[in-house]
Design a protein around this ligand. Structure first.
Ligand code: GDP
Ligand code: IMO
Ligand code: MG
Length: 422
């Protein structure tokens, strides 16, 4: 397998973790390049469920190296907890996980600011995960952030934290929130810093050496295309580049080293948090929630659900350069008599075959649907594409064609074995 960038082609939670786990079999290295512990990637191995937030999902396959790249924002206490949790589950995390020196650090004041800004926004809130992601990337862009290399340098960290806390405590007080104790934050972060130090390295140099050894690198996207800070439904987005370009800037591996882009999409659509979702439909939401599905892996919130939106996934193909598609959760549609697919939007007399940039226009757009007959057969035990019901094949082929990329994987359940290759 060549160097592969895997991205979410919708609004996140497409099943990236599961597909990463499958593709890791053929890879040597798995890299996270953006986002933080706002991500929740679920992988099942047998009956054991793993939810990864900062650690690449590749960690569950022995013999692979996992990297948290420079483009990620790292909450050290959360990362320590995640690593310890994996160790408790007997997953090896020793020598096979590296953390970039230049990844930015998420602080408690980022989390409080995230929460306070959401409160201030009131009904216009983004519905963030409250993990401090926006404020942490904000500090990075404002050049007031601290990086992992600072975290593991005790003397420098003390001085920088003191300065940063002074400024941020003033902001917190102005917002009506309680200021944070320097002593407490310092103690917590120094402890996490000491724990993480053995993992910390220059991952950019490491990745270049790995590429020279002809190792195969898999880039694990977090969130999804329409949560991208540039290409998403701004301001209802996250604060990083979730699209394929983020894999280069977030790792230091240049574009001419990338060989293919895999887009992961559900056979329907979900979104968690606020913002437009043209195909949202209470019928499909109730059906999926009644099956116990579509509850957030990070916050536990019920995900909003809707029909497959091919306008959105075609846009995703364009901005990511998606070569191959993995369609997940196909089994979620097993019982339906008829399945709708959005092929355009309408607002008044105007029709759109692309996502309008004006968020007010986009939020008023009505979907234009075509209907496909359902297969009404359970698919979760199917072992090969050949065995798929003809109507399921036709549906998946049609949504891939509308999306404009080649369907390579159909997923009919959360487990590794429930993966069909075309
Ligand atoms: P990610 O953030 O993109 O990694 O996705 P999440 O893990 O947040 O959400 C995807 C959910 O769908 C998880 O609960 C997965 O276990 C589950 N999943 C992935 N693929 C399939 C599938 O083909 N069928 C079923 N039933 N569940 C799936
Ligand atoms: P994975 O990697 C789905 C959403 C939040 C909110 C918006 C901004 O599991 O697909 P943030 O906390 O990032 O400032 O929130 O983005 N969001 C996600 N939605 N999956 C995710 O990650 C998400 N990470 C953030 O719900 O709408
Ligand atoms: Mg998720």
């Amino acid at each position: 397998m060549p160097n592969t960038i895997l991205v979410g082609a919708q609004w996140g939670d497409e099943g990236k973790g599961k597909i990463i786990d499958v593709l890791t079999e053929e890879a040597d290295v798995v890299v996270r390049t953006q986002g933080g512990n706002n991500a929740g990637h679920t992988v099942y191995i047998g009956s054991q469920k793993y939810v990864l937030h900062l650690v690449p999902s590749g960690i569950l396959r022995p013999g692979k190296t996992c990297i948290i790249g420079n483009g990620v924002v790292v909450d050290p206490t959360s990362l320590v907890e995640e690593i310890k949790g994996l160790m408790k589950l007997k997953v090896k995390v020793d020598g096979n996980l590296l953390l970039s020196e230049t990844a930015h650090v998420v602080f408690p004041y980022h989390r409080v600011l995230d929460e306070q800004r959401e409160i201030l926004k009131g009904k216009n809130k983004i519905g963030t995960t409250k993990r401090g992601i926006g404020p942490a990337y904000g500090d990075k862009a404002a050049r007031t952030g601290l990086r992992v290399i600072d975290l593991v340098n005790p003397h420098r960290f003390e001085l920088l934290l003191k300065m940063r806390l002074k400024e941020n405590n003033e902001i917190l007080k102005a917002l009506g929130a309680k200021p944070l104790s320097y002593k407490k934050v310092l103690a917590e972060y120094r402890e996490a810093g000491d724990f993480l130090e053995p993992f910390v390295t220059n991952t950019v140099v490491w990745l270049h050496e790995s590429a020279q050894r002809k190792e195969k690198i898999l880039f694990e996207g977090a969130q999804g295309t329409f949560l991208d800070i540039d290409h998403g439904t701004y301001p209802f987005v996250t604060s990083s580049n979730t699209t394929s370009g983020g894999a280069c800037t977030g790792s230091g591996v240049p574009p001419n080293r990338m060989d293919r882009v895999v887009g992961v999409m559900k056979a329907y659509t979900t979104r968690v948090g606020e913002g437009p979702l043209p195909t949202e439909d209470p019928f499909i939401a109730d059906m999926l929630h009644a099956m116990g599905r579509e509850f957030g892996a990070t916050t536990g919130r019920a995900r909003r659900c809707g029909w497959f939106d091919s306008v959105a996934t075609r846009h995703a193909t364009m901005v990511n350069g998606i070569d191959e598609l993995a369609s997940t959760n196909v089994d979620g549609l097993d019982t339906l008599e008829s399945i709708k697919v959005c092929t355009g939007y309408r607002l008044g007399a105007k029709t759109y075959d692309y996502i309008p940039n004006d968020i007010e226009i986009f939020s008023k757009c009505q979907p234009v649907y075509v209907e496909f007959p359902g297969w009404q057969t359970p698919t979760h035990e199917i072992k090969s594409w050949k065995q798929m019901p003809a109507k399921a094949k036709a549906y998946l082929k049609a949504i891939s064609e509308l999306t404009g990329a080649r369907l390579k994987i159909a997923s009919v359940g959360p487990a590794r074995e429930q993966t069909l290759f075309l």
